[in-house]
Ligand binder design. Sequence first.
Ligand SMILES: Nc1ncnc2c1ncn2[C@@H]1O[C@H](COP(=O)(O)OP(=O)(O)OP(=O)(O)O)[C@@H](O)[C@H]1O
Ligand SMILES: [Mg+2]
Length: 377
Amino acid sequence: MTEGAFTELRLDGVGRRFAGKDALVDLDLTIRAGEFIALLGPSGCGKSTALNCLAGLLPLTAGSIWQQGPDGERRIDTLPPEKRGFGMVFQSYALFPHMSVRRNISFGLQMRRLARAEVARRTTEAIRLVQLEEHADKLPGQLSGGQQQRVAIARAVVLEPSLVLMDEPLSNLDAKLRLEMRSEIRRLHQSLGLTTVYVTHDQEEALSLADRLVVLRQGRVQQIGTSEELHTRPANWHVADFMGFRNIVEVDATHVDGTDVVVQGEGLRLRGTATAPTAVGDRVVAAVRPEDVLVGAGTDGADGPNATPATVEVVGYQGRELAVEVRTAAGRALHLRTEQRLAPGDAVTLTVDPERLLVYPLAAGEHVPAPLVAAVP
Ligand SMILES: Nc1ncnc2c1ncn2[C@@H]1O[C@H](COP(=O)(O)OP(=O)(O)OP(=O)(O)O)[C@@H](O)[C@H]1O
Ligand SMILES: [Mg+2]
């Protein structure tokens, strides 16, 4: 059995303060054995802090961590890192530069004083898993970034840890390698039956890798859910903003009929779907993904739902699709994606399915920051 094997790991009100400032507040999370969990959020939101608390590299200032195993539950946040049996992969690979790939990977096993044959067998197997057979005798300096990253991963998983913790392990790699390593990590997770907690600020990476995502903002959990849940139903407008709802507009609710609402502001009048109880007169946030803003008339009548005239301003090529920025007559910039060959200056009519236009409450005194686009002179 794997060292420190567990059926469940439970974080109970975990918090960490630095010099009187909260970096992580009241994190409740149960990780089931075999799960792939992503911690996701913008820079400074507390992802590394959470991971380091789990690893034992940072003492908690609040809460506790519990491990449910065959012999019942035991508290582990009081244990030093080496007693937890977790493996870490850091953003900087921190390989031993004077040791070959094989020795980098076998080092941890040797430190455990395993029999020589056992060390050799497990090292060879780990090298095969990360497909580094041809490079086993090279030094880290003779490897590409992606190969070094695979050594770092092999070095962690060769110890058969009960939990693998990864902190932005792909951030140093180019776009193509990132994609390759992404599938590699998922493949290893599956074939080795690992439990993985993975930190990233890249929502696409998190969505494609994880069984469940934990979205953090300013040290607090905003939402825990599957990729599908986060993609279609962000819990609040901050999560929506982070999850790719690039059109975020502060407006007023002018009609409310259950979850069916009409909002108005910035020269727009739109029908949408309320995500929380809403009353006429409420200041709210309308959120739409670029791919849900359609060009041209829709199916319900000549103009389609939420028909809004606009002018194309910026067109970016993104493979089959174009990423397009348009501006309404009232001067509001909006983002959309389309396969239509639009060009700057084109006049278009935008439509949005009211089901795809989500309306979120705005906290008292809270405001949506102005969009990051230059105003037209
Ligand atoms: N050792 C420390 N001393 C003081 N403050 C710290 C320390 N480590 C982290 N912080 C603060 O705690 C907050 C959370 O930091 P953390 O490193 O967890 O963020 P993160 O989500 O990992 O960000 P990034 O994506 O940039 O790595 C930040 O405001 C950070 O400045
Ligand atoms: Mg970090």
